[in-house]
Design a protein around this ligand. Structure first.
Ligand SMILES: Cc1cc2nc3c(=O)[nH]c(=O)nc-3n(C[C@H](O)[C@H](O)[C@H](O)COP(=O)(O)OP(=O)(O)OC[C@H]3O[C@@H](n4cnc5c(N)ncnc54)[C@H](O)[C@@H]3O)c2cc1C
Length: 463
């Protein structure tokens, strides 16, 4: 007699959960169900059409220094719609420093002649290969790591806005090992970030799909935005339910699970938890308080993404690049600005510009609490001054993310280890998503792929 299908329930329909669902459902031995609490799939990925504009409320693209999203897009047949960020966006990234734009260097040589750091700051950075590497394996904050290796000026001027741009986090509390493994591995393997980079220490991404050689310095997206990837994943051969908040899960005596929803419960042979850490903590609370406690120790920030459309003739600044980031010591209300219509084609009509501003994060959580109209006015005043904008925006649109991005604090890898122990204890429980193994879209897809491999390797016990 043939085995019945293995029932896999995935809780959370962001990119992590949907990728796992897509991949598992390619194998007919699984029956996969994705449960999503909100009224739409995609989680942080949210593409919106506003008039003739294409707006990303969440991630604006992905990098190809890691292969996962690139390969996934090929796997689901969307490769023809891949769009690279523009050449200018790849080349020109700015910092707002001392009340003006300063272009970030694109190479080590460029760095030597770039006045973004003082001469002594640059000399200190160039001494990085001489700094002894850390002897112990203990975690430290990314700020402590940067102070040690690059000195105070580079840490405050370069690292701090970089951390805001990616994590919207606090460099004093974020873990160097969990949040920035590509930097720490260079110190560990080569004794120096610079020497490691020069020797190609980060390796090349294995882009197994498509034979192109995409430009590594550029960001990538899809013609119709990242929502296009979500729509495609969502169309996979699995059962999906939105408006479906999972309250808790209960282990059954035969190793299976009962998933408790508002008015019904579902049976599962294996469970994949792909929701934010706080939600996971709530779901696990009654069945495994210790596991719930681990997830509750992973905080997340709040963020506002404020998007503006202007006529091109209103903006004096050429917006000839990706956008700009702002170091904390500039004491500004905004974290950074992305010039969306300069990054990808087709995001705004030809005679218009589209830009989005990131506000809040760990630096200014208070701003995300402001009434929306107040927040939008404040943000408008900031960008109007920076970019020399006259008149009012054609429209403004704000998305508040709460929770936004999980913050991997010092010691995060110990938490992850304990979470893996919990998974082993239960055997048929798998935890993935941006709360655990990396926040980038590539990291989320990688975790989903690893989870599928672990489920494939699982001996199912049919009684
Ligand atoms: C503003 C912003 C900009 C970003 N920019 C980039 C970028 O440019 N590039 C990049 O690589 N990354 C970026 N990121 C990070 C990246 O987008 C996220 O880390 C990633 O999308 C997270 O995917 P996920 O599936 O793990 O989690 P999520 O997208 O958070 O999905 C989890 C899902 O679980 C659902 N859920 C929660 N509780 C329950 C429950 N009890 N029952 C059922 N469902 C539940 C939620 O509704 C949600 O849909 C950005 C993030 C944000 C917020």
């Amino acid at each position: 007699m043939s085995n019945p299908k293995r029932k896999i329930v995935i809780i959370g329909g962001g990119i992590s959960g949907l990728t796992a669902a897509w991949k598992l459902s390619q194998d007919t031995k699984y029956h996969v169900t994705v449960l999503e609490s909100s009224n739409r799939f995609g989680g942080c990925i949210q593409t919106e059409i506003i008039g003739k504009y294409l707006v990303e409320n969440g991630p604006n693209g992905f990098l190809v220094n890691q292969p996962q999203v690139w390969n996934l897009i090929h796997e689901v047949g969307l490769e023809k719609d891949l769009v690279p960020g523009s050449r200018l966006a790849g080349k020109n990234r700015f910092l707002w420093k001392n009340s003006k734009f300063q272009k970030l260097p694109g190479s080590v040589l460029g760095f030597l002649f770039n006045p973004i750091l003082s001469v002594s700051g640059r000399i200190r950075v160039l001494c990085e290969p001489l700094v002894p590497s850390k002897r112990d394996e203990n975690d430290e904050s990314i700020r402590a790591f940067a102070l040690r290796r690059l000195g105070r000026e580079a840490s405050d001027t370069l690292l701090d806005p970089f951390v805001s741009g990616i994590h919207a986090g606090d460099p004093e509390t974020l873990s160097s090992l969990a949040g920035f493994p590509r930097l720490t591995v260079l110190e560990k393997r080569f004794g120096s970030i610079f020497l490691g980079l020069l020797r190609g220490g980060l390796g090349k991404a294995k882009l197994t799909k498509g034979c192109q050689n995409p430009n590594l310095s550029r960001i990538w997206s899809l013609k119709h935005g990242l929502g296009q990837l979500i729509n495609r994943l969502e169309s996979g051969p699995f059962t999906k339910k939105t408006n479906c908040l999972v309250h808790r899960v209960q282990p059954q005596t035969n190793g299976t699970w009962s998933v408790e929803l508002n008015s019904e419960s579902l049976y599962a042979d294996a469970l994949v938890l792909a929701c934010p850490p706080k939600a996971t903590s709530g779901i696990l609370k009654t069945m495994d308080p210790e596991a719930a406690g681990l997830f509750s120790r992973i905080p997340a920030n709040t963020l506002a993404v404020v998007v503006f459309a202007f006529g091109k003739n209103q903006v004096r600044h050429p917006m000839d690049g990706f956008g700009y980031l702002i170091p904390s010591h500039e004491n500004r209300d905004i974290l950074g600005v992305q010039w969306c219509s300069s990054i990808y084609p087709g995001r705004a009509p030809k005679d218009k510009v589209l830009l989005r501003v990131l506000v809040g994060g760990m630096r200014r959580p208070d701003l995300v609490q402001l009434p929306i109209a107040h927040l939008e006015r404040l943000v408008f005043e900031n960008v109007a001054r920076d970019l020399n904008i006259s008149g009012q925006p054609e429209w403004v649109h704000t998305k508040i993310w709460n929770p936004a991005i999980p913050q991997y604090e010092v010691g995060h890898l110990d938490l992850v280890k304990k979470i893996r122990d919990v998974e082993s204890r239960w055997g048929t429980l798998f935890c993935i998503g941006n709360g655990i193994g990396g926040i980038s879209l590539n990291d989320c897809v990688r975790q989903a792929e690893e989870c599928v491999q672990r489920i494939d390797a699982m001996p199912f016990n049919y009684q």
